[in-house]
Ligand binder design. Structure first.
Ligand code: ARG
Length: 515
């Protein structure tokens, strides 16, 4: 058994690698230390062999490559480019490759070469017909898109779960008062429901972006060959259909060179991670102030200070914005300035999108769980809601509603606030300042009961019933529309999964007619 170290770490790969960055050749591998069926003796290896290899990272696209090979062979047979018997032998060999998994592949620069070598080793020379009318360039581009579709749908599930958790909190805590901040200073009373809806709205846009990106991922480059098409009478639409793609990337050079769909996905995920970093930061601060009680499952403790319950999981969610930003920047800087058509740099671009999607999807699920299980201590929150004279704006609004120019009303409350030194002033104090600044008794503008209401955090919140405001009825309608948008997006994800499952079955049925 030979072993070599791959230049890509295995951190972004699935379970078939040995997990510590090495790709270990299977016992039954047919390759020797010499060349493979694809590379011959001339490019049989050397000091840069591990550096060239993407075998470990390619574990992620092993299944995709088998599907792409199968669809290609079925199409070649349908077009009479290979005969049915030849197709059957190749497809049979691919079944063996599948059973022996990625870890059973022989040495190779990448999964595409290794699978082809193994097919030739199993089926004999006829296996060499599998690569007719294609190149690894269109092959890898197709494999990435094939696998990425599943990953985007998984990311969407996580984002939608987080939205569901937030909408549920918004519904349950629609009237739970809490302090609202700007610049992290007491600003105006709001509700937990209103806070939760603010993140549900942001994540809804992220879901839209991912759904939108999915449609551009879901196009087939297969049949573009190296970059300049093929003289064989291939049917690109047929392979696209067999693989569940909505159509083809038309220009053959664009088809092999394009990676902007990876950038789009990473960018949408960077937005998700950025939103979640804000949510996590809010929860870290709230838990510091006793405004939220995180479930033990989402907390950790100190190895030395036994009394501690720390919001570690949320700190890691917050940190995931760093992973996402690294992935996005890794992609952009790897892709910048690449000439047409294919360059091996592209091999290094791919793992950036896998690491981004893995980090963000996991963090999103954790954030969803933390939100779904958190408790909101209503009493502490209500007490804090009015702190720092957070009701001042509403009193100014009361005066402005009685036709006092808002700027003057603002001055009245600024003066009252200074006099009260941070606490809410009494109605009497406000009345005195009104008379002082405006030259008329307060009752000329508003009665004492109305001002007292504005000073009460609950009534204060209830006043702000504009669209998207925190008043209970505005939150209720926000909950209804967030829930509606969510179920629409969940249905969209399900529809895409169904389409993929159907294509998978169709391909299997086609394959079984040859084997
Ligand atoms: N492992 C390569 C990649 O990920 C596959 C394509 C290799 N193509 C080539 N012309 N060397 O991009």
């Amino acid at each position: 058994m030979t072993e070599f170290r791959d230049n890509r770490t295995a951190k972004t790969t699935g379970d078939a690698s040995d997990g510590d960055g090495e790709f270990v050749e299977g016992d039954d591998a047919s390759a020797t230390d010499g060349g493979t069926a694809v590379r011959g003796e001339r490019f049989s290896g050397g000091p840069a062999r591990g550096f060239l290899s993407s075998m470990a990272a390619d574990d992620r696209i092993f299944e995709a490559d088998l599907a792409v090979d199968r669809a290609h062979v079925v199409m070649l047979a349908e077009r009479g480019i290979v005969d049915d018997d030849e197709a059957g032998q190749i497809l049979q060999a691919l079944n063996v490759v599948e059973v022996e998994e990625h870890k059973g592949l022989p040495d190779g620069e990448d999964v595409h070469e290794a699978i082809e070598s193994k097919v030739i080793a199993i089926a004999g020379d006829v296996g060499g017909k599998m690569h007719t009318a294609r190149s690894r360039n269109d092959e890898v581009a197709t494999c990435i898109r094939y696998r990425l579709r599943e990953d985007v749908l998984d990311a969407l599930d996580a984002v939608n779960d987080a939205r569901a958790a937030l909408v549920e909190v918004a519904d349950a805590e629609a009237e739970t008062l809490m302090p609202g901040y700007t610049h992290l200073q007491s600003a105006q009373p709001t509700t937990v429901g209103h806070w939760a809806l603010s993140y549900a709205g942001a994540l809804a846009r992220d879901a839209d972006r991912l759904l939108d990106a999915y449609d551009r991922v879901n196009e087939s480059p297969l049949g573009a060959a190296a970059f300049a098409g093929t003289p064989f009478d291939v049917d690109r639409s047929r392979t696209a259909e067999l693989l569940g793609f909505s159509g083809v990337v038309a220009n053959a050079t664009d088809a092999v060179a394009a990676r902007d769909h990876l950038v789009e996905v990473a960018s949408a995920l960077a937005n998700v991670a950025t939103h979640l970093s804000g949510l996590a930061e809010d929860l870290v601060i709230f838990s510091n102030r006793g405004f939220v009680e995180l479930d033990d499952a989402y907390s950790s403790t100190s190895s030395i200070m036994p009394q501690k319950k720390n919001p570690d999981t949320l700190e890691l969610v917050r940190a995931t914005a760093g992973d996402a930003s690294a992935g996005l920047n890794g992609l952009l800087s790897t892709l910048k300035g690449l000439p047409r058509a294919y360059n091996r740099d592209l091999q290094n671009a791919t793992p950036h999108v896998w690491s981004t999607i893995d980090a963000v999807t996991e963090a999103t699920s954790v954030a969803a769980g933390a939100v779904a299980t958190a408790e909101w201590p209503a009493e502490a929150l209500a007490e804090a809601a009015g702190e720092g004279f957070s009701t001042a704006t509403a009193v100014a609004d009361v005066l402005a509603m009685a036709d006092v120019p808002f700027r003057q009303a603002h001055e009245v409350l600024a003066t009252a606030s200074e006099d009260a030194e941070g606490d809410a002033p009494s109605v009497e104090t406000i009345a005195a300042v009104v008379e002082d600044v405006l030259g008329e008794p307060m009752t000329a503008y508003a009665d004492e009961a109305t001002v007292a209401e504005a000073l009460d955090p609950e009534a204060n919140v209830a006043m702000r019933d504009s669209v998207g405001g925190p008043a209970p009825e505005a939150v209720a309608s926000g909950v209804a529309s967030a829930a509606e948008a969510l179920s629409g997006d969940e249905a969209a994800v399900e529809g895409k999964r169904d389409a993929l499952a159907l294509a998978h079955e169709t391909l299997q049925d086609e394959v079984s007619t040859y084997v």
